[in-house]
Write a protein that binds this ligand. Structure first.
Ligand SMILES: C[S@@+](CC[C@H](N)C(=O)[O-])C[C@H]1O[C@@H](n2cnc3c(N)ncnc32)[C@H](O)[C@@H]1O
Length: 403
């Protein structure tokens, strides 16, 4: 591989924004890719993947490069030189890369790779939390899997097309896909590409949604004609899936505390041809009270640490704080307590997170079941999805039934 100066400069600029200015990696990469219209898919791929790679391995590379935060530009170049050396890329004779100690870099890599927190690049406190909650063996495997690049998975919008028809359509646009056994609406892209530019996407024939996340709507066991509340709907990945499972019949009430996310949901619903979704911003407790004992199904796709989706959000490792995890656990318990009241007798509730920590998952459900409101519910089943076992995002989902 030959390094191109303007692409590497873009990566360095991006790393500065992510590491030193605390900007979100996905937003930074999105902006970087708009920098030069002449960049082809390979150039864009280089900028995006190199930036994500270096974010993912920040701790390891910084140790090898012997640099500390906040990183000067010179330090960012040293980190980049570590990345390129370990990838086996021949370094060009640019002044920023002069004197790169290739042999020393490889030696230090071998040395640091013996210790998990360096090898897998994770802050000490988070490494301790993971080991304490999952045990040494599971955490070691999981952490390794969460550092791999995620495949791109899409969900077929069955309101508008079928899996086979979509595969043909995408093939016509040069995109090859594979079906995934056990995930009825999922297709995996054989190669990464900008699928948002395809006509199939613009026409609402699919959404990008990880395979594990696609299990949640199935878990809720919805039927056409039901009244369903998606209480932490965000931009609606799961609301859209629910609407298509319900064949546009019945009602999906999509709730969130952020109105701007619900606006995006509405745009997506229109593109998807999902006509049975109504959005409601939770701006007072009345919004929830109005729905008490009214819903056949309630989904709580709770806010969480996001530790199950580190493959796609590697910067979360560096942005997460212990206090955030503690606070989010209280929010999860509060949400379970308040929103479960919407379920009518005989109705069902799914509590889901994209975390792999038992303290955000099965322990939360167990505490809820012991609480005053929780006494009306029984656990039907739950599913713990590990990235190391499934090959997809880490996830948790529990199905409860109201007596
Ligand atoms: C895991 S995300 C939801 C993802 C979304 N369901 C999807 O499939 O695309 C959690 C959502 O919960 C929302 N949230 C946070 N606190 C909340 C609360 N107290 N009540 C309702 N929603 C909340 C966040 O704004 C965020 O959109």
């Amino acid at each position: 591989m030959r390094l191109h100066r303007n692409l590497v400069f873009a990566v360095i600029d991006g790393l500065h924004l992510i590491f030193n200015e605390n900007k979100y990696a996905d937003k930074v990469v999105e902006q970087l890719l708009k920098r030069d219209k002449r960049w082809g898919s390979r150039d864009r791929g280089f900028v995006a993947e190199t930036t994500y790679d270096i974010v993912r391995w920040k701790r390891l590379y910084a140790e090898i490069a012997e640099v500390k935060e906040p990183f000067t530009r010179e330090n960012l170049w040293r980190i980049f030189a570590v990345w390129a050396t370990l990838k086996g890329i021949k370094l060009p004779d640019w002044k920023q890369l002069e004197g790169t100690p290739s042999r020393k870099i490889k030696g230090r890599f071998d040395e640091f790779s013996k210790t998990r927190k360096y090898r897998e690049s994770i802050p000490d406190w988070l490494d301790n939390v993971g080991e304490k909650e999952l045990g040494n063996d599971v955490w070691t495997k999981e952490l390794h899997a969460l550092n791999e690049q995620a495949d791109v998975i899409i969900r077929v919008n069955t309101l508008k097309t079928t899996k086979i028809a979509l595969q043909d359509l995408l093939m016509d646009e040069g995109i090859e896909t594979l079906p995934l056994k056990d995930y009825p609406d999922a297709l995996q892209l054989k190669e990464r590409g900008n699928i948002f530019r395809t006509e199939a996407f613009k026409n609402g024939f699919f959404e990008v949604q990880d395979a594990s996340s696609q299990l949640v709507a199935d878990f809720l066991d919805v039927q056409p004609g039901m009244r369903v509340a998606d209480t932490c709907a965000g931009a609606g990945g799961k609301s859209l899936h629910l609407a298509s499972k319900m064949d546009n019949k019945g009602q999906v009430i999509a709730l969130d505390i952020y109105g701007n996310k619900l606006k995006e949901l509405k745009r997506r619903a229109k593109r998807n041809g999902a006509h049975n979704i109504e959005t409601r911003e939770i701006d007072s407790t009345k919004v929830i009270k109005k729905l008490h004992d009214k819903m056949d199904r309630v989904l709580i796709d709770a806010p969480c640490s996001g530790l199950g989706v580190l493959r796609r959000n590697p910067d979360a490792k560096w942005k997460l704080q212990p206090e955030f995890i503690e606070n989010i656990k209280s929010t999860q318990q509060q949400i379970l307590n308040d929103y479960s009241k919407m379920v009518k007798s005989g109705g069902k509730l799914v509590y889901a997170t994209c975390s792999i920590l038992p303290s955000e998952n099965q322990n939360q459900v167990a505490s809820f079941l012991k609480s005053e409101n929780g006494k009306d519910f029984k656990l039907v089943k739950d599913k713990k999805v590990l990235a190391s076992e499934s090959g997809f995002d880490g996830f948790y989902m529990a199905l409860l039934e109201k007596k």
